[in-house]
Design a protein around this ligand. Structure first.
Ligand SMILES: Nc1ncnc2c1ncn2[C@@H]1O[C@H](COP(=O)(O)OP(=O)(O)O)[C@@H](O)[C@H]1O
Ligand SMILES: [Mg+2]
Length: 350
């Protein structure tokens, strides 16, 4: 982010340099003054990440729609950043202002039996076991045993709820296929039946963190989603994972859900000093030009790469979402770009 950009956004907010310094100070308990803001704007001093993060996260708005936009985050490869991207995107979208001044409501759905997303939202193992026993996990929603609105619980982020997953989800593959034969609900449509209109009206965005499978537990999220986001680690063979997901999306489009769109690729764990990471990024960019965005368009965006930072893993180990505990978290710009692709007005688009 450069100084001119900061100046433009500040002026658009109708704030003096002094008022802007006050805003950052109040947010982060700092002691910046107007001459410091002036030095950032003229380029005399680099803008600290915590300042650009405030600028980005505090200036997003959205026209409320009747029903939530549903986004699935996928890649068959485990450890490709899906859960981290799901929680960070949820956090970012929960900062977006709606026309009435309130902030967007977000539901996360943990569709991976490993429960990493639930853990990051402070639903610990004991609680997960209790939720499972009470039949209130994602598995129970998927199987039609409970309503989604009775399972979504608040997270540590205001305005963001989660439907946690439990180990039971590991049995869903087989049971959904059985259910298809005796209840006549297609195995890949169970979630479409379960996510009722009432639930979808409660939220602006629903983000589904898919597991490392291309079986029915991932087909179900894809069949209810408006968009798919590919989580791709910048490493060799990363494009193989892209191809697997693309094949499944193409199959789904041919039958179950012709309207499924690809929002784009999110490169992550990018180490700018590593040559291989640059090569992977280039490969991803080439691959992106061949993926069908929707029925009529070929080519999808590649968002700015999320840098590799041990802070992400440290936050995960502490059952936290990095952006929620670190005002200078890297990667915020990527999530603001994704928000913009979802129709959110952001400072980037001005
Ligand atoms: N940008 C990043 N830099 C460094 N580590 C990351 C980054 N994003 C995710 N991680 C870590 O990599 C591991 C796998 O990420 P995760 O989001 O759980 O992947 P998936 O859900 O695809 O299995 C986790 O330990 C996570 O904390
Ligand atoms: Mg995961």
């Amino acid at each position: 982010m450069d100084g001119e950009f900061l100046k433009r956004v500040r002026e658009k907010r109708g704030e003096t340099q002094e008022a802007f310094a006050k805003l950052v100070n109040a947010k982060h308990n700092r002691k910046y003054d107007k001459s410091r803001v002036s030095r950032w704007e003229t380029g005399a001093e680099p803008i600290p990440t915590e300042v650009s993060n405030v600028l980005l996260l505090e200036n997003m708005s959205y026209d409320k729609k009747d029903s939530a936009t549903i986004i699935s985050v996928g890649n068959r490869k485990g450890g490709s950043g899906k859960s981290t991207i799901s929680s960070a995107l949820g956090f970012t979208l929960s900062k977006v202002r709606r026309n009435d001044g309130s902030t967007c409501r977000v539901a996360l759905i943990d569709a991976d039996s490993q429960s990493n997303l639930s853990l990051a939202c402070k639903v610990d193992r004991t609680r997960i076991a209790e939720i499972d026993a009470a039949e209130k996990s994602f598995y129970h929603v998927l199987m039609g045993k409970t309503k989604p609105e009775d399972t979504a619980i608040p997270t540590q982020v205001p305005g963001m709820d989660i439907i946690p997953s439990s180990v039971s989800l590991a049995f869903a593959e087989r049971e959904l296929i059985l259910r298809e034969s005796y209840e006549n609900i297609p195995a890949n449509f169970s979630l479409r039946v379960a996510l009722n209109d009432d639930f979808k009206r409660r939220y602006d965005f629903i983000i589904i963190d898919c597991g490392p499978s291309l079986g029915v537990t991932t087909l179900n999220p894809l069949c209810v989603s408006s968009f798919v986001l590919y989580a791709v680690q910048t490493e060799s063979y990363a494009v193989t994972g892209i191809d697997h997901l693309t094949e499944i999306i193409d199959i789904i489009r041919k039958g179950a859900h012709p309207g499924l769109k690809v929002l784009g690729l999110v490169p992550t764990m990018f180490d700018k000093r590593n040559k291989q990471d640059h090569l992977s990024l280039q490969e991803m960019a080439e691959k992106a030009t061949t993926i069908r965005r929707d029925a009529g368009t070929v080519g999808v965006p590649v968002f700015s790469p999320i840098p590799r930072s041990t802070n992400f893993a440290n936050a995960a180990a502490a059952n936290e979402i990095l952006m929620n505990v670190d005002v200078a978290a890297p990667g915020v710009i990527t999530f603001v770009e994704i928000a913009a692709a979802l129709g959110v007005r952001t400072p980037l688009g001005e």
